[in-house]
Design a protein around this ligand. Structure first.
Ligand SMILES: [Zn+2]
Length: 261
């Protein structure tokens, strides 16, 4: 994507005094850091030497080339993008971590040491998607159902064991039986929670896009080799926040694209 590399010609906001001798000056990577904090807060140039900086700059350019150019529109605008119909007003962001095997990256097989193998994560980006109250609650409800049920059945199993008519006969059969009883009920609670959350997702699929590939830009990313970095029972894990961690991944274009639908 040649147009994104013409960093030097971009106009920088007033008050940015970019260091003349920085090896990433004016690049896409420079924009990513300077856009929110400016040179004073950019850890990259402060921590890394020239070669590491230019490698990071090149890798970031390659990562951006794998992304749809208008990906930042997911974090702009006033309507919730997770609503399947009648979008509610957005009041925050859902952060979606997406990974890609490209660009090629290799690391040691055991904690970075030993034989070098290709890492499944060549790129990792956090994509902010604007979200409203209703959809945030729906996603949180799914997680809550999954967490709460194993806890409930665990506590119920302990309460049942505390009843002498139940606990004592079990211990007489085998001291391991009460432990097996607790494990069995907790595992049962886990599967119950999982099925109930699937039922909840299916029931609300007309209102909430639990399947994020229904968002065209996310679908486009999946088509370019990106995958959900963290998946929980088949659903991508989202982190909800009121503020974007990074304002944008790409530098602004001369004419901003229309906000995504
Ligand atoms: Zn919504």
């Amino acid at each position: 994507m040649a147009e994104e590399k013409a960093g030097e010609e971009r106009s920088w906001p007033d008050g940015y005094d970019l260091h003349q001798d920085c090896s990433i000056r004016g690049s896409n990577l420079c924009w990513k850091f300077a856009d929110s904090v400016g040179c004073s807060g950019c850890y990259l140039a402060a921590d890394k030497k020239g070669k590491e900086c230019s490698e990071a700059k090149q890798r970031w350019d390659e990562t951006l080339a794998l992304l749809p150019r208008d990906i930042d529109t997911l974090g702009c605008g006033s309507a919730c993008l997770l609503c399947a119909a009648d979008p509610e007003p957005a009041d925050g962001y859902a952060l979606l971590e997406m990974a890609n095997e490209d660009p090629y990256y290799e690391k040691g097989i055991i904690f970075g040491y030993g034989k070098k193998v290709r890492s499944p994560v060549g790129s990792l980006v956090s994509v902010p998607i604007r979200v409203g109250r209703r959809c945030r609650r729906a996603f949180r409800m799914v997680e809550c159902i999954q967490i709460v049920w194993p806890i409930i059945t665990f506590l119920v199993s302990l309460l049942l064991l505390a009843v002498p008519q139940i606990g004592q006969p079990m211990s007489r059969v085998s001291p391991l039986l009460p432990v097996a009883f607790v494990v069995l009920l907790t595992v049962g609670g886990y599967y119950l929670g999982r099925n109930l959350s699937l039922w909840y997702v299916e029931k609300h699929a007309d209102e909430v896009r639990f399947d994020l590939s229904r968002i065209p830009l996310i679908r486009a990313m999946l088509g370019r080799g990106w995958y959900y970095f963290q998946v929980n029972h088949g659903l991508p894990r989202l982190t909800f926040t009121k503020k974007k961690p990074v304002e944008r991944l790409f530098p602004p274009m001369q004419a901003e694209p229309e906000a995504a639908e």
